[in-house]
Design a protein around this ligand. Structure first.
Ligand code: 4AD
Ligand code: MG
Length: 433
């Protein structure tokens, strides 16, 4: 093969002449004289026609052995062809089999369980490829957004000696005979760094030993978090809205083909770009749920999935719910000045039943209140000494949020289950492959 390899997409953009491609067999069929192969690479697929008359008996015999997912190099002439699945056909002049394939286990119609057991092979399917490309765009968009807004990227440890989001979802590890926990959040290690960098963000794995087997919970997920000194509560909400708009915009700019493969109705994503997100207090949300959906939630109870879902049905953009009851939220959320039963925190609820995608708050700066709330949860204050220092040496108003990246991917892609928003999902019941 004489020519330099190009991608299938580049070959189709070229549209005519001789090209060399390499990839995997997506489909194959044929007769004794003619073989049709749909070749796949990371960019696209193309139908290739191999005729015994053109390539000779030996090469044709090689081509005849090809099963789905075999890898090969192929050389031929590309031509426009309306009848071909992607509009072009390659007339093969030479081919070189690189890796034969056994009978490929992934077939349409197999069970969820089987697909999850064969995740390493399922990655090659068109829907997974489309999701993975969108996932890549979303990670990039998060970095682009925060950097453009003047945030520094900053990293926190994954091994941590204390909880932040509640002791019941901690994963304990044996650290040379002592207990440590996998990070639930970067937060307690991010707050000390705002005194150095002021505006910081990260995208990193977080771990939650969730006891729930829902379509929204992973035990290991990617968490995009920001923390900023001097920030005010409305500005914090603006950042969460700005980030979500930037993410959706970049996906709509770059991944229309992938969204189509996933059969995503993009009209459902456009309002997020075009409209401001409704912002309401928790108390307003209860009123709206009561008036518009006949749901009665007792003040003080956290919003459950069914209430979040109902709320999401009333809007076509994400909704920001602020000022939750203190008793349902984490210890670090700042009390509202004239109403200590309520905290300056918010959740962003995604449209279309995708649930809470962002959790946020202003941080409590009153050291005694922080300590009391930790004691109320039964925590050992010794573990938090370093954190208390953030309130002792030039404390400033500050706040931050965390965005569940797979929840956002699931929403943007329109997936039924969060497991399909990550290559190798980890849940209560799944930790391999
Ligand atoms: O609301 P959470 O627990 O907030 C925090 O961890 C804060 N410390 C963040 C911060 O202020 N820096 O988690 C934040 C987000 C949730 O809104 C949700 O989108 C996602 O993380 N999340 C999960 N995603 C997938 N699987 C799980 N088990 C998740 N738990 C939380
Ligand atoms: Mg939360």
């Amino acid at each position: 093969m004489i020519m330099e390899f190009i991608s299938i997409q580049q070959a189709m953009d070229k549209g005519e002449g001789e090209v060399s491609l390499r990839g995997w067999v997506n489909r194959e069929r044929g007769s004794n004289k003619l073989k049709f192969i749909v070749l796949r690479d990371s960019t696209n697929t193309i139908q290739c026609v191999i005729s015994r008359a053109d390539v000779g008996d030996d090469k044709f015999a090689e081509a005849d052995k090809l099963q789905v997912e075999a890898s090969l190099e192929i050389h031929g002439e590309i031509k426009k062809d309306e009848r071909a699945p992607t509009g072009y056909e390659l007339h093969v002049k030479d081919l070189n089999v690189v890796g034969l394939s056994d009978s490929f286990p992934i077939q349409p119609g197999q069970s969820r369980e089987f697909m999850d057991d064969n995740r390493h092979l399922l990655l090659r399917s068109s829907k997974m490829v489309a999701m993975l490309k969108i996932r890549s765009t979303i990670f990039g968009a998060i970095h682009n957004y925060f950097r453009a807004e003047g945030f520094f990227e900053y990293q926190s440890p994954i091994f941590q000696s204390m909880q932040c989001e509640g002791g019941s979802t901690l994963f304990e590890c044996n650290y040379y005979g002592k207990p440590v926990y996998l990070a639930q959040t970067w937060q307690l290690y991010a707050e000390p760094a705002i005194f150095a960098l002021e505006k910081i963000y990260t995208v990193a794995p977080s771990f939650r030993a969730e006891k729930s087997k829902t379509s929204r919970h992973l035990t290991e997920y990617w968490h995009a978090e920001m923390e900023a000194a001097w920030i005010e509560f409305t500005k914090l909400q603006d950042y969460s809205e700005g980030l979500l708009k930037a993410v959706v915009k970049e996906v709509l700019d770059k991944n229309l083909t992938d969204l189509k493969i996933l059969e995503r109705d993009i009209e459902k994503l456009k309002p997020t770009l075009e409209k401001p997100f409704p912002r309401m207090t928790y108390s307003d949300a209860l009123k709206i749920l009561n008036e518009k959906a006949g749901m009665n939630v007792e003040w003080g109870k956290d919003l459950r999935t069914i209430e979040e879902d109902k709320l999401s049905e009333l809007y076509d953009t994400p909704v920001i719910v602020t000022d939750y009851p203190k008793k349902v939220k984490a210890f670090y959320m700042k009390e509202v000045a004239d109403n200590p039963d309520v905290v300056q925190g918010f959740d962003v609820i995604a449209p279309e039943h995708y649930g809470e995608i962002v959790g946020a708050s202003q941080r409590e700066d009153d050291l005694e209140k922080l300590k009391q709330r930790l004691l109320d949860q039964g925590e050992n204050l010794d573990e938090y000494e370093f954190y208390f220092d953030t309130r002792k040496y030039g404390s400033v108003p500050h706040g931050g949020f965390g965005l569940g990246v797979e929840r956002v991917i699931a929403w943007v892609c329109g997936l039924d289950n969060i497991k399909d928003a990550i290559p190798f999902p980890r849940t209560m019941l799944r930790w391999k492959p």
